[in-house]
Design a protein around this ligand. Structure first.
Ligand code: PEP
Ligand code: MN
Length: 374
C-alpha cells in the first residue's frame, strides 16, 4: 500500500492541492428529491469538489430516520449532474455497492460503523474488484489505527488504487465537548506511516454541533490534512438526521472563507533560521527529558532491588496516589493540561513497574526489555 500515491491523481484532477483543500459537502442524508436538488444547487460553486449524501443511514436507534434507500440514488446523481458536482455515498455492504455502481455514483465511502467490521469491509472490497472507483475509508468508531489501516489494505489488495482516509473522531464514554473525540494523534500516525495517502477530516461528525466546526476544521488544516467533509443542508433545523451539526449553505461558506490555509513549508530565510534554532532547542530539551527519565528508571530499579531483598510488593497504591496528586498539582501550576500530566505519569509509572518487575524476576539491575523487544 505504501508505494502507491493513493487516490492522489484523481483528487488532483478535481482541484486537490495545497492552495485549496479538497472539500466534500452535502447533507447527512438524501431526504427527498426536492431537498437534494436544493442542497446541490446551493453548493454549485468553485469551492466544493464533491457532493455527499447518505442513502442508507447507520442509525444507533431503530426509530430514527434510516435513510431514504435506493430510490434516492438517482435523485442524488441527477442533482449532482445538474450542478456539475460528482457525487459520493456511503456503502456498508455489497448490495449497496451494486446499487451505487448501477446508478453511476462517482465516489464511495465506508462509514465508521462499517470500518470496525473486517467481514463487511472484505465484502465491499470483493465487490469492488476490477472496479475503478475512488473510495474513502472513515476511521472505525473505536480508536484503533490498525483496524483503520486494515480496511485500507483490504481495498488496496482488491486492486483499488484511488483510496483516501477520512477522520471523523472516535466514540467515548468520557464527557467531552465533541460527539466523537478527535484523537489527532491517530490520524497523524496514519499520515506518518502512509505519507501519500490523502487524509481528510470530517468536522461535522467530530463536533456533533455547529459551534465547534470552525476550530476543528482549522486544526485539521493546520495539521496538513488534505481536505474536509462537512455536512450542509438547506434547512438544517428540519433535517431528518444530524440536525445539530448540519450547516446551512451561508454559514458553510462563511466558515470556509474564514479558514486560514497555511503551507507545510516557508521561504522566508529569517523565519527559517529562527525555526531551525528553536527546533534545535527542542531537540536538546528532548534529549535531556530522555536522560532524566532514564535516570528515574535507574533509581526505580535500585528501589526494586531493595524491595526484592525486603520481600516487599512493587506497587504501593498510597505512594502511587501521592505521586499522581503532587505531580498533577505541580504540572497544572506550570500550565500543563491535566490530561497530559496524568497520561505522562501513567506511562512513567508503567515503565517503572516494568523495570522493577524485571529486577525482581532476574535480579539484573541493568537490562529491561519490553515484551515487544524480546
Ligand atoms: C455520515 O457521514 O453521515 C456518517 C454516518 O458518518 P460516520 O460513519 O462517520 O458516523
Ligand atoms: Mn451524518
Amino acid at each position: 500500500m505504501q508505494k502507491k500515491v493513493l487516490g492522489y491523481e484523481l483528487l488532483k484532477d478535481w482541484g486537490f492541492g495545497k492552495s485549496h483543500p479538497f472539500i466534500i459537502a452535502g447533507p447527512c442524508g438524501v431526504e427527498s428529491e426536492e431537498q437534494i436538488h436544493a442542497v446541490a444547487k446551493s453548493l454549485n460553486n468553485s469551492v466544493v469538489h464533491l457532493f455527499r449524501a447518505g442513502i442508507w443511514k447507520p442509525r444507533t436507534r431503530p426509530d430514527s430516520f434510516q435513510g431514504i434507500g435506493t430510490v434516492g440514488l438517482q435523485w442524488l446523481k441527477d442533482a449532482g449532474n445538474e450542478n456539475n458536482l460528482p457525487v459520493a455515498v456511503e456503502v456498508a455492504g455489497s448490495k449497496h455497492v451494486e446499487e451505487a455502481l448501477k446508478t453511476g455514483i462517482d465516489v464511495l465511502w465506508i462509514g465508521a460503523r462499517t470500518t470496525v467490521n473486517p467481514f463487511l469491509v472484505q465484502e465491499i472490497a470483493d465487490s469492488l474488484r476490477n472496479v475503478d472507483i475512488p473510495v474513502f475509508v472513515k476511521n472505525p468508531v473505536s480508536p484503533d489505527l490498525e483496524l483503520w489501516i486494515g480496511a485500507l489494505e483490504r481495498l488496496d489488495r482488491a486492486g483499488l488504487h484511488r483510496i483516501g482516509a477520512l477522520h471523523r473522531g472516535f466514540s467515548t464514554y468520557d464527557s467531552s465537548p465533541y460527539r466523537n473525540i478527535p484523537n489527532w494523534q491517530i490520524p497523524i500516525e496514519l499520515k506518518r506511516r502512509f505519507p501519500g495517502l490523502p487524509l481528510l477530516s470530517d468536522p461535522s461528525h467530530i463536533c456533533g454541533n455547529r459551534k465547534l466546526i470552525p476550530s476543528v476544521s482549522q486544526t485539521a488544516l493546520d495539521l496538513d490534512f488534505d481536505g474536509l467533509m462537512i455536512e450542509v443542508h438547506h434547512d438544517p433545523d428540519n433535517a431528518l438526521s444530524d440536525k445539530e451539526q448540519q450547516l446551512n449553505p451561508e454559514l458553510f461558506m462563511e466558515i470556509l472563507s474564514g479558514l486560514v490555509i497555511r503551507k507545510p513549508s516557508a521561504e522566508d530565510v529569517i523565519f527559517l533560521n529562527l525555526l531551525e534554532e528553536l527546533r534545535d532547542r527542542i531537540d536538546r530539551i528532548d534529549e535531556k527529558i530522555l536522560m532524566m527519565i532514564a535516570d528515574r528508571m535507574k533509581v526505580a530499579r535500585e528501589i526494586g532491588m531493595y524491595k526484592k531483598e525486603n520481600n516487599m510488593t512493587i506497587l504501593q497504591v498510597e505512594r502511587w496516589n501521592e505521586i499522581l496528586r503532587t505531580r498533577l498539582r505541580s504540572g497544572l501550576r506550570k500550565d500543563l493540561t491535566r490530561e497530559f500530566v496524568t497520561k505522562m505519569y501513567e506511562l512513567i509509572h508503567e515503565e517503572s513497574i516494568l523495570h522493577q518487575t524485571n529486577v525482581m524476576n532476574t535480579g539484573n539491575m541493568y537490562e529491561t526489555k519490553s515484551s515487544k523487544d524480546s
